[in-house]
Design a protein around this ligand. Sequence first.
Ligand SMILES: [Zn+2]
Length: 74
Amino acid sequence: MSDWTFRAVKARNMALEAYCQNAACRRFSVFDLDRLIAALGPDYLVSDIPQLACEACGGPMEIKLALVPPGQDE
Ligand SMILES: [Zn+2]
């Protein structure tokens, strides 16, 4: 996941997800890709997203790309 742009993620119908790395928490969230594109632009690199802190525990979040099954991308 080195040089993915928001445009590339959206073009492949993929989702951006974040997982809490704290084993006792494991909070999971999905980014609103359209909102990210509106705010940062379609050429923003996924790898340039700053380190996020978990809303629940403050632990580091790991960002991952995930495939969205067809018909479930709303
Ligand atoms: Zn957490």
